[in-house]
Design a protein around this ligand. Sequence first.
Ligand SMILES: [Zn+2]
Length: 299
Amino acid sequence: MPARGLRRQCGHVALALLALVGCGPVLDEVVERGGPAPLVVDAPIAWPAEGARLTPPPVVVPEVLRGVVVAVDAGHGAPGNTGARSARCEDEQDLVLPIAEQVADVLDAGGLTVLRLRPPGERPTYDARLRALADSAAVLMVSVHADVRLPASAWSPTPGCEALVSHGQPGFSTLWSDEDPTLAPGRRALADALAARLRQTGLPAYDGQDYTGIYEQTGPGVFVDRHRPARRVRFLRRPAVPSAIVEVAHLLDPDASLRIREPAVKAALAHAIAGGIVDALMEDRAVLPTDGAAPAGRR
Ligand SMILES: [Zn+2]
């Protein structure tokens, strides 16, 4: 459809260029992000389904959360760790960084204090990020990733790009660990809150078909780590504060890897994740710092 083609084309150019060529409502949605004002993406977006609407709920940060520190991580991006490879030969580290940055921007605008564990242009190791988290006053951590799910087949969408492609298994997932019984309830509440907000955007929740044996489903789009002990996910089990991973999409779906770069979709994902963080904080007041006391979540 011509309209779909235009929107896709708009999603490919830099934001500065968008201002010049004019992509109408898409640009407006981006500049309106942040703060308590609701962001409404009211233009139809042909993803995750033709005619679907991504309408992120407003991110309202209550006064009690002002100044509370939360950590946001962009997955991978460490030396030797570029993450998964998309169906279009993009690296996961590059696709998730802008989303994580926008999550941080939305929370910053709402009055939270955000610790960015992988700022743009930096490549800290995972151990360095975990140390930075432990040394901070952050009461919660979310890491933004994107999945690749099998089965898939080989294809070459452009000269020089040899990749895997898979048109099934759509949807986001949120991941948590029940390894520490003290932290498990907060981790699960965070994973649940993130998934609830992502569902509100109109994104499908992943059914977990390719997670058999490594994750167990605990809710719509929500999964607990079931890797064997030596393979369990560090960012789920190591933080001493509630933590969760968001897999925003299935990167072997060539449509998804395009769509998550579009400003409207990226904004919807970022607002959903930011909203889930705020919801989790409000649900588990025990993790919040009290005057002069260390946050309970850092015990
Ligand atoms: Zn990843």
